[in-house]
Write a protein that binds this ligand. Structure first.
Ligand code: SF4
Ligand code: SF4
Length: 92
């Protein structure tokens, strides 16, 4: 049997896929219900759930989707899967 190899991902060497983007997803933080549905669908792992303020965290409010534009390539998958249409794709 052939032996395989494990290639470890190194974020510092990852290409900045944000340079490919010509459409930009924008999150409407008022509409976002903090469901995290978009997070696992992003092919660039560019979405994190974040509290906008310390106050929100202290009050145990749900964190909202936050996009890292250095790695977001503008594919639009997040906008497609969002159940409340909180993400809108706009021309960059
Ligand atoms: S547009 Fe694509 S790459 Fe950018 S955050 Fe949404 S799913 Fe991720
Ligand atoms: S799928 Fe929509 S509502 Fe859910 S966290 Fe993402 S942006 Fe917010």
């Amino acid at each position: 049997m052939e032996e395989g190899a494990i290639i470890k991902h190194n974020i510092k060497k990852a290409p900045k896929t944000g340079e490919w983007r010509y459409m930009k997803p924008e999150v409407d933080k008022e509409k976002c219900i903090g469901c995290s549905t978009c997070v696992p669908f992003c092919p660039e792992a560019a979405i994190d759930m974040k509290h906008e303020t310390r106050d929100m965290k202290q009050k145990n409010k749900k964190p909202k989707a936050d996009i890292d534009y250095e790695y977001c390539k503008g594919c639009g998958v997040c906008a497609e899967v969002c159940p409340v249409k909180a993400i809108v794709m706009r021309k960059k």
